[in-house]
Design a protein around this ligand. Structure first.
Ligand code: GDP
Ligand code: MG
Length: 440
């Protein structure tokens, strides 16, 4: 994958006190190949490589301190810039409703994303969205939207498959006005590829609805095609933003790198799974770190904090910094983590874990979590608050109480102590990710 290739390219620089122009040229060649192989657009690659090379040659980087780390930093910054630098938020109308129109090819994820977005707006703004079922070409499309909407408790306006979608949208908007919905999300039809009939229909809907946001939904797994599609839709509809879906797979951002540069339109959201909660704001800097395999620590923190009281989070940070994180905190964390989703996904967001071969096929059994909890529940409050109390006889008692072998209890306590140490180190904000990557 892209990450391994980029890491490989830069690993060759490590340990070199000085980097010659030849070393740099070789590294840039490998970076270029890695990006092309990851299906990044040719022109984007060319510009990117030029930027990195110019900066690396420019400011005494090669002769300076830690040239290899500086080059990683430059690559990270240029990746971020290529993807637009800053997160761009949803366009909002000064008066309700804000109208969002989903467009994209069939199967890209429009309907799913419409639901995810509605849920996000409900959760974050207490919004009252209305969804309009504008895909009339397959009866199953309306059923699917209705099902999605029921799951998140959002109303759908639909007139079946016999009415022209433009008319459906017109009536849907009237209904939204009557009900004072603050958002309208229009789900539209897709095709297997761009065709004129579809574009005309979408243009008509656009002219009628004057959407504040036309969100082009693209499947990140389709690589260069995703970019071609984005260009096609953008030429016809002048979209306002892009949602990149299916970034939960093995795709590591080839499309993310091209789309902004090729269309000039910001990626606003990324879809990272099939669940309704799997939609995140797109942060170019975090995606850059992820592409470089430095983990996605910030997203992880944000994900944790979503269902997490801020005060609690602050207290936890302090505890980690004071190194007084105990088993009660551990239990809270386990419960938070269980709420967040599959453990494998979460682990991949931790720096150094993303490409850890040991994690390639890891499947974490939810039973393991329950075992961990059982062990903590068998501790006395004093033991939880003060893990140093856990001498062998207490450990035996806990093992008996939790129905776990004493070795398992020992192993868990050892892992807890390691985790505590790692968290404490990470909280000191060192450049662990970069250093680990450079092997120093
Ligand atoms: P539409 O034809 O554009 O409306 O696409 P759908 O919303 O029906 O999505 C097509 C398929 O992609 C469905 O099976 C979705 O569950 C799936 N899907 C959508 N977004 C994501 C995503 O971010 N990750 C994954 N893994 N699957 C997704
Ligand atoms: Mg659909």
């Amino acid at each position: 994958g892209l990450t391994e290739r980029l890491q490989g390219a830069m690993r060759k620089l490590r340990g070199k006190g000085k980097i010659s122009e030849k070393d740099l040229r070789e590294t840039m060649r490998e970076i270029r190949l890695a990006l092309l192989e990851a299906d990044v657009n040719f022109t984007v690659v060319k510009d990117f490589v030029k930027q990195v090379r110019d900066r690396a040659m420019g400011a005494d980087v090669l002769e300076g301190l830690n040239p290899a780390q500086q080059i990683v930093k430059i690559v990270d910054e240029e990746l971020t810039k290529t993807m637009g630098d800053e997160a761009v938020s949803l366009n909002k109308s000064p008066k309700i409703p804000t109208i969002i129109m989903m467009v994209g090819l069939q199967g890209a994820g429009k309907t799913t994303t419409a639901g995810k977005l509605a849920l996000k707006l409900k959760d974050e703004e207490n919004a009252r969205p209305l969804m309009i079922a504008g895909d009339v070409y397959r009866p199953a499309a309306i059923d699917q939207l209705v099902q999605v909407a029921e799951g998140i408790d959002v109303p759908v306006f639909q007139l079946g498959t016999d009415v022209n979608p433009v008319e459906i949208v017109r009536q849907g908007l009237a209904q939204a006005a009557e009900n004072h919905n603050d958002y309208v999300i229009i789900d539209t039809a897709g095709r297997l590829q761009i065709d004129e009939q579809l574009m005309n229909e979408l243009s008509e809907i656009k002219d009628l609805a004057h959407p504040d946001e036309i969100l082009l939904t693209v499947d990140a797994m389709t690589g260069q095609n995703a970019v071609a599609t984005a260009e096609g839709f953008n030429d016809k509809l002048d979209v306002t933003g892009v949602v990149l879906t299916k970034l939960d797979g093995d795709t590591r951002g080839g499309a993310a790198l091209s789309i902004r540069a090729v269309t000039g339109k910001p990626i606003k959201f990324i879809g990272q799974g099939e669940k309704m909660t799997d939609l995140d704001v797109f942060h170019p800097d975090r995606m850059a770190s992820r592409i470089l395999g430095m983990g996605d620590m910030l997203s992880l923190i944000e994900k944790t904090q979503k269902d997490f009281d801020e005060k609690q989070a602050k207290a936890l940070t302090e505890k980690i910094q004071e190194n007084s994180f105990d088993f009660d905190d551990f239990l809270d964390q386990l419960e938070q983590i269980q709420k967040m989703g599959p453990m494998e996904e979460i682990m991949k967001m931790i720096p150094g874990m993303a490409n850890n071969p040991a994690l390639k096929n890891v499947q974490m059994d939810p039973k393991d979590m329950d075992h961990l909890k059982a062990v903590v529940y068998s501790m006395t409050p004093q033991e939880r608050a003060n893990p140093d109390l856990l001498n062998p006889s207490r450990r035996r008692r806990i093992a008996a109480g939790s129905g776990r072998p004493v070795q398992a209890v020992n192993r868990m306590i050892k892992q807890f102590n390691q985790m505590k140490k790692t968290m404490n180190q990470m909280s000191k904000g060192n450049m662990a990710g970069v250093e680990q990557m450079m092997g120093s």
